[in-house]
Ligand binder design. Sequence first.
Ligand code: SF4
Length: 692
Amino acid sequence: VVQLGMPTRSVITTCAYCGVGCSFKAELRGDELVRMVPHKDGGANEGHSCVKGRFAFGYASHPDRVMEPMVRDSITDPWRKVSWDEAITYTARRLREIQTQHGAGSIGAITSSRTTNEEVYAVQKMVRAVFGNNNVDTCARVCHSPTGYGLKQTFGTSAGTQDFKSVAQSDVILVIGANPTDGHPVFASRMKRRLRQGAKLIVIDPRRIDLVRSPHIEAAHHLQLAPGTNVAVINAFAHVIVTEGLADREFIAERCEDFDNWETFISSPEHSPEAVEAITGVPAAELRAAARLYATGGNGAIYYGLGVTEHSQGSTMVMGMANLAMLTGNIGRPGVGVNPLRGQNNVQGSCDMGSFPHELPGYRHVSDDGARAVYEQLWGTALLDEPGLRIPNMFDAAIEGTFRALFVQGEDIAQSDPNTTHVHAALAALDLLIVQDLFENETAKFAHVLLPGTSFLEKDGTFTNAERRINRVRPVMAPLTGKQEWEIVCEIAQAMGYPMYYNSSAEIMDEIAFTTPTFAGVSFAHLDKVGSVQWPCNVHAPNGTPIMHEEGFVRGKGRFVDTVYVPTSERSTRKYPLILTTGRILSQYNVGAQTRRTANVAWHPEDLLELHPHDAEVRGITDGDMVSMSSRVGRTSLRAVLSERMPVGVCYTTFHHPVTGANVITTDNSDWATNCPEYKVTAVQVALTAEQ
Ligand code: SF4
């Protein structure tokens, strides 16, 4: 007997929000999705979920969904709804015209960390094989590109070292620039379980995140550093460990290189906690005690987020954390390691799939003749051996007039990228902007072609989570728009004269496995059999690799790198006396394109500015007042809430709502190695507004 209202069937798939990658049973009644139930066999979540994955799926059927392709010759023209054939013919013709008139380097694409591995792979293939350049970048540029650089330099590959389960064997947990309770809730539960069992917690963060003091958990140390001084703190940790004889010299001698020079560098008194206190504001004794705890407390694990990477020294800080793990032998076994908490559901995968302008799939440099030859033979065309443009370079080149057309896959760069005014000017300067998305987002306001995307409930493919776990994304329903996103990309390529054909996304994964050594053992059939696997998955590790660098590092020996602290140029001044830093809230997700279109929006209807009561009082601001906030690049208005989570002189907001537009404020400063924007440090002025 089937009761009215009860589900009649279910499909196992993967949450499309954060990098935890929870597995769910999507339960349906006929074709109607009734509820999402966390899957008890999910490798990442083991039956748990959070309010986003469980309740915030309604956006998939929201009336704002773009259901038909639209084109217009000018962004001042109204949209014209067209057939798929017309949209694809128009797009291909305009791309070819611009390519012919302005050269192959004048066009490019940005891939999404919200789409599947197969969809990302198709876009980077179109850029390399059809556009004829390496002008492909990913939204990871603005979040974890320093992880890619820093971990590759030190360990040899861009990936977290552990599986999530590993935290159950940690004795000391060092959380740096991350707020797992809000950003990665299901992993935070695992971490909290271990902390309640007695593991020690060290938090390095300007903001007093919930983890610092929560039921039955009290951090042993909360190092409330000044924003922008991460590298000084991590160097002081290493200085204490080296000068107090706490280093694991056996591990270093056997597994690492370039240690002697680095030891001389880090032993310098300029890195002592006493010297660093003046830079960071962290008391030397506290810093010294925290470093001793990490080095001597047993298995030490580092978990970090965008509070590490989104700085002018993001890459340096990633290498500093890698130095620290090698210095103490905290790498290559359960309970230890260096672990990026990836923000988006497929940020690991979008990087793995060759979305960077300097790397082919599997992190092989475009100048690697052997790697390039594999693709040249399979794709039947020569590939460029020079890196292409990064996202900020694309914007600059668009304003200069040398970059004329851009394909944006599932990203709202007009809202999410820093210095919105500059981004808008760049987008407005393009001859052709193609946006493929679920909604007519902020970026689409500058677009000439709007191609309807598919929600995760319609996709067939894989996401790769923060622990390198490749999860299946199974279609709960057929694409509401009539096409999978990889099909659209293939059809544009074909219309441009290049034969790009697949019968299914499984075939794309087969090509990924054929061309990418770390994915050689991956197929949909294998994933359906075992549930999920963590790459590398190949003949050496047919069931995947939960812990990396167990016997040796991917690059052979782990490399110590000098991490010189260079202060950011963004400082507080008389005109801009406060430092703004940004983050997320549990119920919302990034720019909110999805969560704002679900009932979750009721829990966080606007972005708020957390202001220390002292900073509020001197400005005559009380709790709930509307304030204006300006930086040297822009101005916005939002409501203030008084909070002692931030130290005096530092304020905090989220970036979930376009009306607030926190990125109107953030600057062009970026990481020296990767151009990841410095979202976390902006000097601002805050004042009470007249209208309340
Ligand atoms: Fe989705 Fe992340 Fe929540 Fe899991 S923790 S349900 S992946 S948002």
